[in-house]
Design a protein around this ligand. Structure first.
Ligand SMILES: *Cc1c(COP(=O)(O)O)cnc(C)c1O
Length: 414
């Protein structure tokens, strides 16, 4: 990745771009929503399609010259249908948040009621946080996870739903390490005659291979980001039953977007194509095995995991039992100095501000992309545990930093 043209015309930006490549190479990306896409996906994303206006849909555009845009978008749609078994797919949302916006826009009126998971319990801003458009446009209440088990108390959510009578139930989460029971949530939506949106942003890849049960076919709408576990570059996607297709199409354009980011749609097509390869199933199985190895070793070090472990690509560590005076932010900052990049995260029953938080969230998708196996992830867990025990100890940070360098050298990226 030389960026030679940028270097020629704009050295300042070229330096930053090259710096970012080096940063990704030299550090361990453990932010659970991040990943490294292939160079093929990046090439598609930086293609000449960035120049093309393709308002509309394949075969029915407002402007001429869309024959290649049509080809690319149709490939993305067909591959997505194959990956997730969806009747209807729209690959135009700019990101996961816009995919959610499209579904709300298609199915709800302003002021309608949404029931979703609280952000501090693992929900997402676009599920109706007061500072987000969804919180301003709709009437939102939140359910929570049980602070003792870290899992859902479905009877309680059902009672909440029957009291609130939402027009839409939103499921799918940013920091929930366990398998989600879509059928049980669907029964709650059915009982109050609500639409059900399952936002699988984080677990698109796991759902595609069957490593996590699929909500497609059970719920009304499924949304996702395409840059997390599916590795298809930055973007969003909506899937639904055929009957909702026209409403979603027009919610996106003319409803909320102009021209689709066709270069990103090309990235999606390439990334989805890669995910249809059987090697992607092995990748996802390894992601989950790695998260379990990481979590098990963290627990052996005396750290507590929300729900006691993971079924997915991430672990959520609650520091309050083992290190009550250490915040998630303390750990995030100390680890970043060693080259391990993850994020402070709120935990169920959080008492600190979300900027400080009492937990950390760690994911294995990006490590697995660069070839980490379970044993390497146990080494990473050892590093994390040592820093959590002594976040202020510079000597420890230096030792861990050397271990990170060795791990990085053994698993080259790009
Ligand atoms: C990441 C995420 C999104 C979408 O985020 P974008 O940055 O807009 O792609 C939506 N919902 C959940 C649950 C997420 O974790």
């Amino acid at each position: 990745m030389e960026y030679e043209h940028v270097r020629e015309t704009d050295p300042a930006v070229a330096d930053a771009l090259a710096g970012e490549v080096d940063r990704q190479r030299e550090t361990l990306t453990m932010i659970a929503s991040e990943n490294h896409v292939s160079e093929a996906v990046m090439e598609a994303q930086s293609s000449a399609l960035t120049n093309k206006y393709a308002e509309g849909y394949p075969g029915s555009r407002y402007y001429g010259g869309c024959e290649y845009a049509d080809e690319v978008e149709q490939l993305a749609i067909d591959r997505a249908k194959e990956l997730w078994g969806a009747e209807y797919v729209n690959v135009q949302p700019h990101a996961g948040s816009q995919a959610n916006m499209a579904v709300y826009h298609a199915a709800l009126e302003p002021g309608d009621k949404i029931l979703s998971l609280d952000l501090s319990h693992g929900g997402h801003l676009s599920h109706g946080h007061p500072m987000n458009f969804a919180g301003k446009v709709y009437d939102v209440e939140h359910y929570e996870v049980d602070p003792d088990t870290g899992r859902f108390d479905f009877d309680e959510i059902e009672d909440h739903a029957s009291e609130f009578e939402p027009d839409m139930l939103v499921t799918g989460f940013s920091a929930y390490p366990r398998e989600v029971d879509w059928e049980r949530f669907q029964a709650i939506a059915d009982a109050v005659d609500a639409y059900h949106l399952a936002d699988i942003a984080h677990i698109t890849g796991l759902v595609a291979t069957g490593a996590h049960p699929s909500p497609v076919g059970t719920v009304d709408f499924v949304t996702g980001s395409t840059h997390k576990t599916i590795r298809a570059g930055r973007g969003g996607i909506v899937m639904a039953r055929e009957e909702y297709g026209d409403d979603i199409d027009s919610a996106i354009i003319p409803g909320m977007q102009g021209g689709p980011l066709m270069h990103n749609v090309a990235g999606k097509a390439v990334g989805f194509g890669e995910a249809l390869n059987p090697a992607f199933d092995d990748y996802i199985d390894q992601v989950v095995e790695n998260a379990q190895a990481l979590g098990d070793r963290m627990q052996e070090h005396g750290l507590s995991l929300v729900s006691g472990g993971t079924d997915t690509h991430l672990v959520l560590c609650d520091l309050r039992d083992s290190h009550p005076d250490t915040t998630g932010k303390d750990v995030e900052e100390a680890l970043e100095e060693t080259g391990i990049v993850l994020n402070a995260n709120t935990v169920p029953g959080e008492t600190r501000s979300p900027f400080v938080a009492s937990g950390i969230r760690a994911g294995t998708p990006a490590l697995t992309t660069r070839g980490f196996d379970a044993e390497a992830c146990r080494e990473v867990a050892d590093c994390i545990a040592r820093v959590i025990d002594a976040p202020d100890d510079e000597g420890v940070r230096e030792e861990v930093s050397a271990d990170v360098d060795a791990l990085v050298d053994r698993h080259p990226l790009y």
